[in-house]
Design a protein around this ligand. Sequence first.
Ligand code: DQA
Length: 152
Amino acid sequence: MASVLVLNGPNLNLLGTRKPEVYGRTTLADVEELCRQTAGKLGLDVDFRQSNHEGQLIDWIHEAGPAVRAGELIGAVYNPGAHTHTSVAIRDAIEGVSLPVIECHISNVHAREEFRHHSFISPVARGIIVGFGVLGYALAIEGLHRLGADNG
Ligand code: DQA
């Protein structure tokens, strides 16, 4: 059974208690369960990960590119958190392994502070989902599935 990789960047481990007026009260464990349910209906497994460390995320992205080519993964749903607005290295990693990524943000970053309006990730993303709350993860999995495995 193929999998979808769900990656979460810095501070997303705090989901549920961090700024609930912006991110809601759902925890990351709840998001993982939502992803499993959504992916399960599509016949997919979920590889769900979170790290606060840029290098760790880059290593996972590097592993994911070949896994897509091997037919083990359909791609990644990725909420890069604040790395969205800072990380050329993560952008280069995604581009470097041609990983099909759906960039996903819980909040509508465009309705927030100016520094959240720019994303280094969007130019190398296959698609972008913004502002749907945690439902965005489910929409992103479904979208990635419908786009097909290898047209990233
Ligand atoms: C976020 C938006 C980012 O600007 C922020 O740094 C996050 C979460 C979101 O899901 O809305 O950590 O990616």
